[in-house]
Design a protein around this ligand. Sequence first.
Ligand code: TXA
Ligand code: MG
Length: 317
Amino acid sequence: MRAYPTPQTISQAAAILQQGGLVAFPTETVYGLGANALDATAVAKIFEVKERPFFDPLIVHISDLRKLPLLARDIPLTARKLIDAFWPGPLTIVLQKTPLVPDIVTAGLDTVAIRMPAHPIARQILSKADIPIAAPSANRFGMLSPTCADHVESQLGEKVELIVDGGKCEVGIESTIIKIAGNSATLLRYGGIPLEDIEKVIKHIEIPTENNKIESPGQLPTHYAPRTPLMIIETPIAPNKEIAYLAFCNAPKGEFLAVEVLSPHADFREAAANLFSCLHRLDSCGARMIVAETVPEIGLGRAIMDRIKKAAKKNSC
Ligand code: TXA
Ligand code: MG
């Protein structure tokens, strides 16, 4: 079922979650597919519905800092600084887990990823349910993340008891993930909070490179991929009516099968908010290939390019 977020819908969503069911709900980043994080059977349904491999751990969502000690064994000063600066918001923090968090949530790791979303509907559902909610993005595994209820419905449809339709996600790109161990911080995923903003709060962040792979099991090259092959272009290409075109700020010259412009104002926020919707549309227009322009890799541009590169990588392996 799909419903707008009335007070009755919020209560229904909370009741479904408390009873071990699944609810898809909007966050400021992308739509999440939620289940009670402390109920292993409920969490198992997420993996089943998403067709997600069990080695890929989930993010646990809370709306109240008082829930944090249920999930994290201790909260180092570095984590506290990040929490003060960015929660609620699109930042996920990976910390040592407590025994209360089922292994299925963390894929057997001794750490847990935690996020406090800023979206009012997500917050209302979380506080009404009054339990931590494990929620990956509400798409089928490896596919494009959903930034509106239509995306969720077309990928997961009847498999979810309730889809709460809160319109378009404002940030449009998943949370930034930082792992904290003692005093050290490691970036696990570029996302909605630009690295530059995080570096203003904590001095040193390790940024793994391609050769220096990190242990985050979810950082697979096949994430965020459209079905249509995608190729990144550095220079203009000749018009082609079989090709769909993803531009950063200016539409290309000549005729393509479809063209999407991420941000006519060359604004990274606007581009991030539009990225997955543009890719969903280009993916369904019947093109032989999607070509994507590069975006400058500064600020949110890094998270945008990370998603575009992963979409391209799927098709090269
Ligand atoms: O913005 C977001 O983060 C969205 C919304 C719904 O909150 N959620 C989201 O979840 O993007 P998901 O499952 O699509 O991505 C979670 C990522 C995966 O790459 C996973 O491997 C990583 O978080 N992750 C989860 N727990 C981890 C852990 N303990 N250590 C390292 N990485 C972890
Ligand atoms: Mg995802």
